[in-house]
Write a protein of this length. Sequence first.
Lengths: 210, 313
Amino acid sequence: MTRLGRSAGRRPSSGFGDAPEVVVEHAGFFSHLVTRSTGRALRMEIEARLARARGAAVAVLDLTHVVMIDYACADEIVAKIVERTGQGGARRVLALLRGVSEHTREPIQRALARRGLAACAEGTGGRGMLLGEIRDRENRAWEEVTRLGRAGTARTTEAVARRLGTGDRQATEALETLTARGLIFGDGSHYVSVAVMARADTSTASADDE
Amino acid sequence: MSRVLSVSPELDHQAFEALVAELPDATRSGVSILFDASAVTWVSPYGLIGLLALGREVEQRTGKRPMLEPPRNREVSGYMERMEFWPAAQNVFQLPGKQARRHGDSGALIEITSIRSNEDVHAVVKKVGEGARRILQGRLGYSKASVIHFSIMLSEVCQNIVEHAGSLGWACAQTYRWQRRLGREVAVLAVMDVGIGFEQSLGARNASTGSAAALEAAVLRGESRFKDRGRGHGLQAIRRQVLEWHGSLRIRSGAAMVGDIAEWERRLAAGAGGEYAPDRVSVKTGLPPFPGAQVMIVLPAAEESITPGPEAA
Protein backbone atom coordinates (compact mmCIF):
# COMPACT_ATOMS: atom_id res chain seq x y z
CA MET A 1 0.00 0.00 0.00
CA THR A 2 2.96 2.31 0.45
CA ARG A 3 6.52 2.56 -0.72
CA LEU A 4 8.80 4.86 1.20
CA GLY A 5 12.11 6.22 0.03
CA ARG A 6 14.59 9.00 0.39
CA SER A 7 15.14 9.03 -3.32
CA ALA A 8 16.25 12.62 -3.76
CA GLY A 9 18.85 12.34 -1.05
CA ARG A 10 20.28 15.15 1.01
CA ARG A 11 21.11 18.52 -0.39
CA PRO A 12 23.84 20.92 0.63
CA SER A 13 22.90 24.11 2.41
CA SER A 14 23.97 26.32 -0.48
CA GLY A 15 21.00 28.26 -1.72
CA PHE A 16 18.82 27.29 1.20
CA GLY A 17 20.09 29.74 3.79
CA ASP A 18 20.78 28.40 7.25
CA ALA A 19 19.01 25.10 6.81
CA PRO A 20 21.85 22.56 7.09
CA GLU A 21 20.23 20.21 4.61
CA VAL A 22 16.96 19.44 2.93
CA VAL A 23 15.76 15.89 2.98
CA VAL A 24 13.16 14.73 0.52
CA GLU A 25 11.09 11.81 1.71
CA HIS A 26 9.05 10.09 -0.99
CA ALA A 27 6.01 8.10 -0.01
CA GLY A 28 4.27 6.38 -2.88
CA PHE A 29 0.83 5.01 -2.16
CA PHE A 30 -1.13 2.33 -3.98
CA SER A 31 -4.56 0.87 -4.30
CA HIS A 32 -7.44 1.76 -1.99
CA LEU A 33 -6.57 4.06 0.89
CA VAL A 34 -9.45 3.47 3.24
CA THR A 35 -10.02 3.51 7.00
CA ARG A 36 -8.55 5.77 9.62
CA SER A 37 -6.33 3.10 11.11
CA THR A 38 -4.68 2.47 7.73
CA GLY A 39 -4.07 6.19 7.34
CA ARG A 40 -2.69 6.44 10.87
CA ALA A 41 -0.24 3.59 10.31
CA LEU A 42 1.02 5.05 7.03
CA ARG A 43 1.34 8.54 8.52
CA MET A 44 3.33 7.31 11.50
CA GLU A 45 5.72 5.52 9.17
CA ILE A 46 6.28 8.73 7.21
CA GLU A 47 6.59 10.87 10.33
CA ALA A 48 9.18 8.54 11.81
CA ARG A 49 11.32 9.03 8.72
CA LEU A 50 10.80 12.78 8.68
CA ALA A 51 11.78 12.99 12.35
CA ARG A 52 15.26 11.80 11.45
CA ALA A 53 15.91 14.86 9.27
CA ARG A 54 18.24 17.35 10.95
CA GLY A 55 17.15 20.25 8.79
CA ALA A 56 14.20 21.03 6.57
CA ALA A 57 12.38 18.15 5.00
CA VAL A 58 9.95 17.79 2.16
CA ALA A 59 7.41 15.00 2.33
CA VAL A 60 6.37 14.04 -1.18
CA LEU A 61 3.13 12.09 -0.93
CA ASP A 62 2.71 10.42 -4.30
CA LEU A 63 -0.91 9.47 -4.97
CA THR A 64 -0.44 8.67 -8.66
CA HIS A 65 -1.36 5.00 -8.20
CA VAL A 66 -4.09 5.45 -5.64
CA VAL A 67 -7.47 4.17 -6.82
CA MET A 68 -9.41 5.94 -4.10
CA ILE A 69 -8.93 7.63 -0.74
CA ASP A 70 -11.71 8.07 1.77
CA TYR A 71 -12.18 11.07 4.05
CA ALA A 72 -10.82 9.38 7.14
CA CYS A 73 -7.65 8.30 5.37
CA ALA A 74 -7.24 11.70 3.71
CA ASP A 75 -7.45 13.30 7.13
CA GLU A 76 -4.97 10.91 8.72
CA ILE A 77 -2.37 10.82 5.98
CA VAL A 78 -2.58 14.15 4.22
CA ALA A 79 -4.15 16.66 6.60
CA LYS A 80 -2.22 15.57 9.68
CA ILE A 81 1.12 15.62 7.88
CA VAL A 82 0.32 19.01 6.36
CA GLU A 83 -0.75 20.28 9.78
CA ARG A 84 2.83 19.86 10.94
CA THR A 85 4.25 21.78 7.99
CA GLY A 86 5.54 25.24 8.70
CA GLN A 87 6.29 24.20 12.26
CA GLY A 88 9.71 23.72 13.74
CA GLY A 89 11.79 26.62 12.36
CA ALA A 90 14.83 25.34 10.48
CA ARG A 91 13.60 21.78 10.99
CA ARG A 92 10.33 22.52 9.31
CA VAL A 93 8.57 19.98 7.20
CA LEU A 94 6.98 20.87 3.89
CA ALA A 95 4.59 18.69 1.99
CA LEU A 96 3.89 18.13 -1.69
CA LEU A 97 1.02 15.99 -2.88
CA ARG A 98 1.88 14.46 -6.21
CA GLY A 99 -0.44 12.80 -8.73
CA VAL A 100 -3.69 14.16 -7.31
CA SER A 101 -6.46 12.87 -9.55
CA GLU A 102 -10.07 13.80 -10.04
CA HIS A 103 -10.98 10.98 -7.64
CA THR A 104 -8.57 11.78 -4.85
CA ARG A 105 -8.86 15.53 -5.01
CA GLU A 106 -12.19 16.05 -3.25
CA PRO A 107 -11.56 14.01 -0.09
CA ILE A 108 -8.17 15.69 0.28
CA GLN A 109 -9.58 19.14 -0.37
CA ARG A 110 -12.25 18.63 2.29
CA ALA A 111 -9.91 17.06 4.82
CA LEU A 112 -7.54 20.03 4.52
CA ALA A 113 -10.27 22.66 4.58
CA ARG A 114 -11.86 21.12 7.65
CA ARG A 115 -8.65 21.80 9.55
CA GLY A 116 -8.16 25.22 7.93
CA LEU A 117 -5.09 23.96 6.09
CA ALA A 118 -3.74 24.19 2.57
CA ALA A 119 -1.19 22.08 0.75
CA CYS A 120 0.90 22.22 -2.39
CA ALA A 121 -0.21 19.66 -4.92
CA GLU A 122 0.42 18.49 -8.45
CA GLY A 123 -2.26 16.99 -10.65
CA THR A 124 -1.72 13.79 -12.59
CA GLY A 125 -0.40 15.91 -15.45
CA GLY A 126 2.05 17.63 -13.13
CA ARG A 127 0.25 20.96 -12.94
CA GLY A 128 0.81 22.73 -9.63
CA MET A 129 -2.07 23.86 -7.44
CA LEU A 130 -2.99 24.60 -3.89
CA LEU A 131 -5.64 22.49 -2.18
CA GLY A 132 -7.53 23.27 0.99
CA GLU A 133 -8.41 26.61 2.51
CA ILE A 134 -6.63 29.37 0.65
CA ARG A 135 -7.33 33.03 -0.09
CA ASP A 136 -7.13 34.34 -3.61
CA ARG A 137 -4.28 36.70 -2.72
CA GLU A 138 -2.22 33.88 -1.21
CA ASN A 139 -2.96 31.70 -4.20
CA ARG A 140 -1.71 34.33 -6.65
CA ALA A 141 1.40 34.97 -4.57
CA TRP A 142 2.04 31.23 -4.46
CA GLU A 143 1.70 30.98 -8.24
CA GLU A 144 4.32 33.68 -8.61
CA VAL A 145 6.76 31.92 -6.29
CA THR A 146 6.11 28.69 -8.16
CA ARG A 147 6.83 30.43 -11.45
CA LEU A 148 10.12 31.75 -10.10
CA GLY A 149 11.06 28.42 -8.51
CA ARG A 150 13.77 29.87 -6.36
CA ALA A 151 14.73 33.53 -6.10
CA GLY A 152 16.08 36.08 -3.67
CA THR A 153 13.78 37.79 -1.25
CA ALA A 154 13.84 41.20 -2.91
CA ARG A 155 13.18 39.83 -6.36
CA THR A 156 10.37 37.58 -5.18
CA THR A 157 8.75 40.39 -3.22
CA GLU A 158 8.85 42.67 -6.22
CA ALA A 159 7.36 40.01 -8.51
CA VAL A 160 4.60 39.17 -6.06
CA ALA A 161 3.78 42.86 -5.53
CA ARG A 162 3.46 43.25 -9.27
CA ARG A 163 1.25 40.18 -9.54
CA LEU A 164 -1.00 41.30 -6.70
CA GLY A 165 -1.03 44.95 -7.80
CA THR A 166 0.03 46.04 -4.34
CA GLY A 167 3.01 47.49 -2.59
CA ASP A 168 5.97 45.59 -1.16
CA ARG A 169 4.47 45.52 2.35
CA GLN A 170 1.40 43.55 1.27
CA ALA A 171 3.54 41.28 -0.89
CA THR A 172 5.82 40.59 2.07
CA GLU A 173 2.80 39.80 4.22
CA ALA A 174 1.52 37.35 1.63
CA LEU A 175 4.93 35.67 1.39
CA GLU A 176 5.23 35.44 5.16
CA THR A 177 1.79 33.88 5.36
CA LEU A 178 2.70 31.30 2.72
CA THR A 179 5.94 30.54 4.55
CA ALA A 180 4.17 30.17 7.88
CA ARG A 181 1.64 27.83 6.29
CA GLY A 182 4.39 25.68 4.82
CA LEU A 183 3.39 26.46 1.23
CA ILE A 184 6.76 27.92 0.28
CA PHE A 185 10.19 27.85 1.87
CA GLY A 186 11.67 31.14 3.03
CA ASP A 187 14.90 31.54 4.96
CA GLY A 188 15.35 35.30 4.99
CA SER A 189 17.44 35.49 1.86
CA HIS A 190 15.50 33.31 -0.58
CA TYR A 191 12.04 32.05 -1.28
CA VAL A 192 11.80 28.59 -2.79
CA SER A 193 8.75 26.79 -4.10
CA VAL A 194 8.00 23.42 -2.56
CA ALA A 195 8.03 21.81 -6.00
CA VAL A 196 11.62 22.97 -6.53
CA MET A 197 12.61 21.76 -3.08
CA ALA A 198 11.15 18.37 -3.89
CA ARG A 199 13.13 17.96 -7.10
CA ALA A 200 16.40 16.12 -6.99
CA ASP A 201 18.33 18.55 -9.11
CA THR A 202 17.57 22.07 -7.97
CA SER A 203 20.15 23.69 -10.24
CA THR A 204 18.11 22.98 -13.34
CA ALA A 205 14.76 23.56 -11.76
CA SER A 206 15.11 26.98 -10.21
CA ALA A 207 14.77 30.44 -11.62
CA ASP A 208 17.70 32.78 -11.88
CA ASP A 209 19.08 33.65 -8.52
CA GLU A 210 20.04 37.15 -7.52
CA MET B 1 -41.47 -23.44 25.25
CA SER B 2 -40.79 -20.71 22.77
CA ARG B 3 -42.27 -17.43 21.64
CA VAL B 4 -42.97 -16.97 17.93
CA LEU B 5 -42.35 -13.63 16.26
CA SER B 6 -44.00 -13.60 12.87
CA VAL B 7 -42.08 -11.81 10.16
CA SER B 8 -44.21 -9.71 7.86
CA PRO B 9 -44.51 -10.93 4.21
CA GLU B 10 -42.57 -7.85 3.11
CA LEU B 11 -39.37 -7.93 5.10
CA ASP B 12 -38.29 -4.29 4.86
CA HIS B 13 -37.59 -1.41 7.23
CA GLN B 14 -41.22 -1.34 8.37
CA ALA B 15 -41.19 -5.05 9.18
CA PHE B 16 -37.96 -4.45 11.10
CA GLU B 17 -39.65 -1.73 13.17
CA ALA B 18 -42.60 -3.99 13.89
CA LEU B 19 -40.32 -6.74 15.18
CA VAL B 20 -38.27 -4.28 17.25
CA ALA B 21 -41.51 -3.16 18.90
CA GLU B 22 -42.26 -6.74 19.91
CA LEU B 23 -38.83 -7.46 21.41
CA PRO B 24 -39.29 -6.11 24.95
CA ASP B 25 -42.33 -8.22 25.62
CA ALA B 26 -41.05 -11.26 23.75
CA THR B 27 -37.71 -11.39 25.53
CA ARG B 28 -38.96 -10.52 29.02
CA SER B 29 -39.73 -14.07 30.08
CA GLY B 30 -36.45 -15.43 28.80
CA VAL B 31 -38.10 -18.12 26.66
CA SER B 32 -36.62 -19.16 23.33
CA ILE B 33 -37.57 -16.98 20.41
CA LEU B 34 -38.50 -18.22 16.96
CA PHE B 35 -38.52 -15.78 14.08
CA ASP B 36 -41.05 -17.23 11.69
CA ALA B 37 -40.13 -15.95 8.23
CA SER B 38 -42.06 -18.68 6.44
CA ALA B 39 -44.60 -16.22 4.99
CA VAL B 40 -42.02 -13.80 3.63
CA THR B 41 -42.47 -13.13 -0.07
CA TRP B 42 -40.19 -10.12 -0.50
CA VAL B 43 -37.06 -8.89 1.26
CA SER B 44 -35.07 -5.67 1.11
CA PRO B 45 -31.37 -5.35 2.00
CA TYR B 46 -32.38 -3.48 5.15
CA GLY B 47 -34.82 -6.23 6.09
CA LEU B 48 -32.24 -8.95 5.50
CA ILE B 49 -29.56 -7.57 7.75
CA GLY B 50 -32.22 -6.25 10.10
CA LEU B 51 -33.17 -9.85 10.75
CA LEU B 52 -29.55 -10.60 11.65
CA ALA B 53 -29.43 -7.60 13.99
CA LEU B 54 -32.68 -8.69 15.64
CA GLY B 55 -31.34 -12.20 16.11
CA ARG B 56 -28.16 -10.92 17.68
CA GLU B 57 -30.12 -8.64 20.01
CA VAL B 58 -32.38 -11.48 21.13
CA GLU B 59 -29.30 -13.47 22.10
CA GLN B 60 -27.98 -10.46 24.01
CA ARG B 61 -31.24 -10.13 25.92
CA THR B 62 -32.06 -13.78 26.56
CA GLY B 63 -28.67 -15.47 26.45
CA LYS B 64 -30.09 -17.89 23.89
CA ARG B 65 -29.70 -17.93 20.17
CA PRO B 66 -33.09 -17.50 18.53
CA MET B 67 -34.40 -19.90 15.90
CA LEU B 68 -35.31 -18.91 12.37
CA GLU B 69 -37.91 -20.52 10.16
CA PRO B 70 -36.81 -19.80 6.56
CA PRO B 71 -39.21 -18.46 3.93
CA ARG B 72 -41.23 -21.06 2.03
CA ASN B 73 -41.22 -18.94 -1.10
CA ARG B 74 -38.56 -20.40 -3.39
CA GLU B 75 -37.70 -17.12 -5.04
CA VAL B 76 -37.10 -15.50 -1.69
CA SER B 77 -35.10 -18.39 -0.27
CA GLY B 78 -33.03 -18.50 -3.48
CA TYR B 79 -32.42 -14.80 -3.22
CA MET B 80 -31.32 -15.16 0.39
CA GLU B 81 -28.87 -17.85 -0.67
CA ARG B 82 -27.46 -15.66 -3.40
CA MET B 83 -27.13 -12.78 -0.96
CA GLU B 84 -25.11 -15.03 1.37
CA PHE B 85 -27.60 -14.64 4.16
CA TRP B 86 -27.14 -18.12 5.56
CA PRO B 87 -23.40 -17.99 6.31
CA ALA B 88 -24.04 -14.83 8.35
CA ALA B 89 -27.18 -16.31 9.90
CA GLN B 90 -25.28 -19.36 11.13
CA ASN B 91 -23.50 -17.10 13.61
CA VAL B 92 -26.77 -15.60 14.83
CA PHE B 93 -29.57 -18.18 14.71
CA GLN B 94 -30.19 -21.82 15.43
CA LEU B 95 -31.06 -22.97 11.95
CA PRO B 96 -33.07 -26.01 10.95
CA GLY B 97 -30.53 -28.15 9.13
CA LYS B 98 -27.81 -27.15 6.75
CA GLN B 99 -28.73 -24.27 4.47
CA ALA B 100 -27.71 -24.21 0.84
CA ARG B 101 -24.74 -22.12 -0.18
CA ARG B 102 -24.98 -19.96 -3.24
CA HIS B 103 -23.20 -20.73 -6.48
CA GLY B 104 -22.07 -18.19 -9.04
CA ASP B 105 -22.65 -14.50 -9.28
CA SER B 106 -25.51 -13.11 -7.21
CA GLY B 107 -25.87 -10.01 -9.34
CA ALA B 108 -26.06 -8.04 -6.10
CA LEU B 109 -24.26 -4.80 -5.50
CA ILE B 110 -22.99 -6.16 -2.19
CA GLU B 111 -23.89 -9.52 -0.73
CA ILE B 112 -24.28 -9.61 3.04
CA THR B 113 -20.87 -8.88 4.47
CA SER B 114 -19.99 -9.05 8.14
CA ILE B 115 -18.00 -6.07 9.41
CA ARG B 116 -15.87 -6.62 12.48
CA SER B 117 -12.58 -4.94 11.68
CA ASN B 118 -10.81 -2.54 9.37
CA GLU B 119 -9.76 -5.51 7.25
CA ASP B 120 -13.44 -6.21 6.59
CA VAL B 121 -13.90 -2.60 5.46
CA HIS B 122 -10.96 -2.96 3.06
CA ALA B 123 -12.38 -6.22 1.76
CA VAL B 124 -15.88 -4.89 1.11
CA VAL B 125 -14.55 -1.78 -0.64
CA LYS B 126 -12.33 -3.83 -2.92
CA LYS B 127 -15.05 -6.37 -3.57
CA VAL B 128 -17.66 -3.81 -4.58
CA GLY B 129 -15.62 -2.44 -7.50
CA GLU B 130 -16.88 -4.36 -10.54
CA GLY B 131 -20.41 -4.83 -9.24
CA ALA B 132 -20.68 -1.12 -8.54
CA ARG B 133 -19.53 -0.29 -12.05
CA ARG B 134 -22.09 -2.65 -13.57
CA ILE B 135 -24.96 -1.42 -11.45
CA LEU B 136 -24.29 2.28 -10.85
CA GLN B 137 -23.13 3.05 -14.36
CA GLY B 138 -24.92 0.35 -16.27
CA ARG B 139 -28.29 0.26 -14.57
CA LEU B 140 -28.69 3.48 -12.66
CA GLY B 141 -27.05 5.66 -15.30
CA TYR B 142 -24.61 7.31 -12.91
CA SER B 143 -21.29 8.77 -14.04
CA LYS B 144 -18.04 6.82 -14.19
CA ALA B 145 -16.85 8.62 -11.06
CA SER B 146 -19.86 7.30 -9.15
CA VAL B 147 -18.09 3.99 -8.55
CA ILE B 148 -15.38 5.78 -6.58
CA HIS B 149 -17.90 7.97 -4.77
CA PHE B 150 -19.98 4.94 -3.84
CA SER B 151 -16.88 3.12 -2.58
CA ILE B 152 -15.93 6.10 -0.42
CA MET B 153 -19.46 6.24 0.97
CA LEU B 154 -19.39 2.52 1.69
CA SER B 155 -16.03 2.82 3.40
CA GLU B 156 -17.17 5.68 5.60
CA VAL B 157 -20.42 4.06 6.65
CA CYS B 158 -18.76 0.71 7.39
CA GLN B 159 -15.98 2.40 9.34
CA ASN B 160 -18.57 3.79 11.71
CA ILE B 161 -19.17 0.24 12.86
CA VAL B 162 -15.51 -0.39 13.56
CA GLU B 163 -14.73 3.04 15.01
CA HIS B 164 -17.85 3.69 17.05
CA ALA B 165 -20.05 0.64 17.50
CA GLY B 166 -17.61 -1.71 19.16
CA SER B 167 -19.66 -4.57 17.81
CA LEU B 168 -20.35 -6.80 14.87
CA GLY B 169 -22.16 -5.25 11.94
CA TRP B 170 -23.33 -6.07 8.45
CA ALA B 171 -23.52 -4.36 5.08
CA CYS B 172 -25.66 -5.27 2.11
CA ALA B 173 -26.76 -3.53 -1.08
CA GLN B 174 -29.06 -4.46 -3.90
CA THR B 175 -30.87 -2.83 -6.76
CA TYR B 176 -34.48 -3.46 -7.54
CA ARG B 177 -37.26 -1.93 -9.49
CA TRP B 178 -39.29 0.22 -7.17
CA GLN B 179 -42.23 -0.03 -9.50
CA ARG B 180 -45.01 0.62 -7.07
CA ARG B 181 -43.46 3.67 -5.51
CA LEU B 182 -41.21 5.20 -8.10
CA GLY B 183 -41.51 3.32 -11.36
CA ARG B 184 -37.80 2.88 -11.78
CA GLU B 185 -34.78 1.16 -10.32
CA VAL B 186 -33.19 2.09 -7.04
CA ALA B 187 -30.08 0.91 -5.28
CA VAL B 188 -30.51 0.37 -1.57
CA LEU B 189 -27.52 0.20 0.74
CA ALA B 190 -28.11 -0.99 4.28
CA VAL B 191 -25.48 -1.04 6.99
CA MET B 192 -26.21 -1.83 10.61
CA ASP B 193 -24.75 -2.92 13.89
CA VAL B 194 -25.95 -3.68 17.40
CA GLY B 195 -23.21 -1.76 19.20
CA ILE B 196 -23.25 1.22 21.52
CA GLY B 197 -25.18 3.56 19.23
CA PHE B 198 -24.82 7.28 18.66
CA GLU B 199 -25.96 8.42 22.08
CA GLN B 200 -23.35 6.46 23.97
CA SER B 201 -20.68 7.13 21.36
CA LEU B 202 -21.15 10.90 21.52
CA GLY B 203 -21.75 10.72 25.24
CA ALA B 204 -18.07 9.89 25.59
CA ARG B 205 -17.44 13.55 24.90
CA ASN B 206 -20.68 15.48 25.31
CA ALA B 207 -23.35 15.48 27.93
CA SER B 208 -25.73 12.85 26.70
CA THR B 209 -29.08 14.28 25.70
CA GLY B 210 -30.84 11.34 24.15
CA SER B 211 -30.54 9.43 20.92
CA ALA B 212 -32.31 12.07 18.79
CA ALA B 213 -29.97 14.83 19.97
CA ALA B 214 -26.95 12.59 19.42
CA LEU B 215 -28.10 11.68 15.92
CA GLU B 216 -28.74 15.32 15.04
CA ALA B 217 -25.31 16.31 16.35
CA ALA B 218 -23.51 13.63 14.40
CA VAL B 219 -25.53 13.46 11.19
CA LEU B 220 -26.66 17.05 10.76
CA ARG B 221 -23.81 18.98 12.38
CA GLY B 222 -20.85 16.65 11.86
CA GLU B 223 -19.97 16.43 15.55
CA SER B 224 -17.79 13.62 16.75
CA ARG B 225 -16.92 12.17 20.12
CA PHE B 226 -13.33 13.15 19.43
CA LYS B 227 -12.08 16.69 20.04
CA ASP B 228 -9.98 16.45 16.90
CA ARG B 229 -11.59 18.74 14.33
CA GLY B 230 -10.60 16.40 11.53
CA ARG B 231 -13.17 13.91 12.79
CA GLY B 232 -16.82 13.81 11.80
CA HIS B 233 -16.24 13.97 8.04
CA GLY B 234 -17.76 10.64 7.22
CA LEU B 235 -21.46 11.16 7.78
CA GLN B 236 -21.30 14.65 6.32
CA ALA B 237 -19.68 13.27 3.20
CA ILE B 238 -22.31 10.57 2.93
CA ARG B 239 -25.09 13.15 3.24
CA ARG B 240 -23.57 15.32 0.52
CA GLN B 241 -23.17 12.37 -1.83
CA VAL B 242 -26.69 11.08 -1.26
CA LEU B 243 -28.04 14.58 -1.90
CA GLU B 244 -26.03 14.83 -5.12
CA TRP B 245 -27.61 11.61 -6.35
CA HIS B 246 -31.11 12.76 -5.31
CA GLY B 247 -31.25 9.94 -2.81
CA SER B 248 -32.50 9.49 0.72
CA LEU B 249 -30.58 8.73 3.90
CA ARG B 250 -32.04 7.35 7.13
CA ILE B 251 -30.06 6.66 10.24
CA ARG B 252 -31.74 5.04 13.21
CA SER B 253 -30.14 4.72 16.60
CA GLY B 254 -31.62 4.11 20.02
CA ALA B 255 -35.16 5.43 19.97
CA ALA B 256 -34.75 7.95 17.16
CA MET B 257 -34.22 8.25 13.45
CA VAL B 258 -32.83 11.12 11.44
CA GLY B 259 -33.70 11.23 7.79
CA ASP B 260 -32.52 13.35 4.92
CA ILE B 261 -35.24 12.49 2.45
CA ALA B 262 -35.27 13.27 -1.26
CA GLU B 263 -37.97 15.46 -2.74
CA TRP B 264 -39.37 12.60 -4.88
CA GLU B 265 -39.74 10.36 -1.86
CA ARG B 266 -41.52 13.03 0.18
CA ARG B 267 -43.90 13.61 -2.72
CA LEU B 268 -44.53 9.87 -3.04
CA ALA B 269 -45.24 9.65 0.68
CA ALA B 270 -47.73 12.52 0.35
CA GLY B 271 -49.33 10.82 -2.64
CA ALA B 272 -49.75 7.64 -0.64
CA GLY B 273 -51.91 9.40 1.90
CA GLY B 274 -49.22 10.93 4.04
CA GLU B 275 -48.58 14.57 4.61
CA TYR B 276 -46.04 16.34 2.40
CA ALA B 277 -42.96 17.20 4.44
CA PRO B 278 -41.47 20.45 3.15
CA ASP B 279 -38.10 19.87 4.79
CA ARG B 280 -35.59 17.31 3.65
CA VAL B 281 -34.52 16.67 7.19
CA SER B 282 -36.81 14.78 9.50
CA VAL B 283 -36.29 13.59 13.05
CA LYS B 284 -38.44 10.82 14.48
CA THR B 285 -38.41 10.18 18.18
CA GLY B 286 -40.15 7.71 20.45
CA LEU B 287 -39.29 4.65 18.36
CA PRO B 288 -38.93 1.36 20.21
CA PRO B 289 -35.33 1.35 21.46
CA PHE B 290 -32.81 -0.76 19.59
CA PRO B 291 -29.05 -0.83 20.08
CA GLY B 292 -26.41 0.29 17.61
CA ALA B 293 -27.06 2.16 14.41
CA GLN B 294 -29.07 1.23 11.34
CA VAL B 295 -28.37 3.05 8.11
CA MET B 296 -30.43 2.94 4.94
CA ILE B 297 -29.50 4.78 1.76
CA VAL B 298 -31.80 4.79 -1.26
CA LEU B 299 -30.33 5.92 -4.56
CA PRO B 300 -32.68 6.30 -7.52
CA ALA B 301 -31.76 5.75 -11.15
CA ALA B 302 -30.68 8.94 -12.82
CA GLU B 303 -33.66 9.73 -14.99
CA GLU B 304 -34.90 13.05 -16.15
CA SER B 305 -38.32 12.38 -14.75
CA ILE B 306 -36.97 12.76 -11.26
CA THR B 307 -37.63 16.38 -10.54
CA PRO B 308 -35.12 17.50 -8.00
CA GLY B 309 -36.29 19.86 -5.31
CA PRO B 310 -34.73 23.29 -5.12
CA GLU B 311 -32.35 22.15 -2.39
CA ALA B 312 -30.98 19.38 -4.58
CA ALA B 313 -30.00 21.68 -7.41
